[in-house]
Design a protein around this ligand. Structure first.
Ligand SMILES: Nc1ncnc2c1ncn2[C@@H]1O[C@H](COP(=O)(O)OP(=O)(O)OP(=O)(O)O)[C@@H](O)[C@H]1O
Length: 280
């Protein structure tokens, strides 16, 4: 297996200085070139696990191995794309994308050529000399994806990269991300609150439970030869995931609102984007 997450445990101190276990006994394997999403209630430790793969957070117990090597710190094989693009506002699009390459001491011309190629891939060739403030949210996120991919990582770690975008832009970026994934064969680990997004994009959806975060189930997403899933299949897979999460949502709501809170599936309204709101 390419990425092996083995027996991970992690606790943090809360504001009352009490130790709270955030992740418990997490075992996950990722194949090279796979696209795996992770969904779960808010606060179940999705981002924490992503940061651990990035080498930004250390586990209390267990380990993460990539191609057999234990992750101890960030490395050039892994790049994170965050919810906010986080571009340097004083640099142009092109300068933002080539920044990391220049830091790596790549010759200027080569860095520029690579950055331009990558910006072509995310359909931003006409905006290379624009500044971030001149771009829409979706365009900024494309720059951030180009900036990540230009480093030629083996693993792209995406932490709710499209959640701040409107539905239309999100759909366009889904299509582009799928094209990029097929072209580059990069391994993608994708954190989202949006069940539909997880089902549409990934090959497997890891469903997390909460308090502490645990893998509840790993749902394979059916594939088709043309890559387009019939709506009935998408819906069925979404409903399967939702059913698993139902128990967890109830747990969170009861903890937040008291034991007399009662919850049934019918109370869970899903909007058209498949986003279940703040509790997932
Ligand atoms: N550095 C930290 N110090 C203390 N607590 C932390 C730290 N990082 C995360 N936590 C806590 O760990 C828990 C899990 O956080 P995390 O961001 O991983 O969850 P999540 O599932 O990604 O949540 P969301 O879906 O809301 O983004 C939360 O209760 C959070 O407050």
């Amino acid at each position: 297996m390419y990425v092996t997450i083995d027996g991970i445990e992690k606790s943090f101190n809360n504001e009352n200085k009490e130790q709270v276990k955030v992740l418990d006994d997490i075992d996950i394997d990722l194949e090279k070139g796979s696209f795996v999403s992770i969904v779960g209630p808010s606060g179940c430790g999705k981002s924490t696990l992503l940061y651990m793969i990035a080498g930004l957070v250390q586990a209390d117990k267990g380990n993460i191995r990539i191609a057999g090597n234990e992750v101890r710190k960030p490395g050039p094989d892994r790049v994170v794309v965050f919810q906010e693009a986080g571009l340097f506002p004083w640099l142009t699009v092109l300068e933002n994308v080539k920044y990391g390459l220049l830091l790596k001491k790549m010759p200027k011309q080569e860095a520029e050529a690579k950055a331009i190629d990558m910006l072509k891939m995310v359909h931003l060739s006409n905006y290379i000399h624009s500044y971030p403030h001149q771009l829409s949210g979706g365009m900024k996120q494309r720059v951030s994806i180009a900036r990540a991919l230009v480093m030629e990582p083996d693993i792209l770690l995406m932490d709710e990269p499209f959640s701040a975008l409107d539905e239309q832009t999100r759909m366009v970026l889904h299509k582009e991300l799928m094209e990029i994934w097929k072209k580059t064969k990069v391994t993608i680990f994708f954190v989202t609150h949006n069940i539909r997004e997880a089902v549409l994009l990934s090959e497997k959806v890891i469903v997390f439970g909460t308090r502490p975060g645990k893998v509840k189930e790993i749902i394979p997403v059916p594939t088709t030869t043309d890559g387009v899933l019939p709506d009935s299949v998408t819906l069925h897979t979404e409903q399967r995931i939702l059913a698993i999460l139902e128990e967890e949502i109830e747990k969170v709501l009861k903890e937040e609102m008291g034991d007399d809170y009662s919850f049934t599936t019918n109370h869970l309204h899903r909007n058209d984007s498949g986003d279940m709101g703040s509790h997932i």
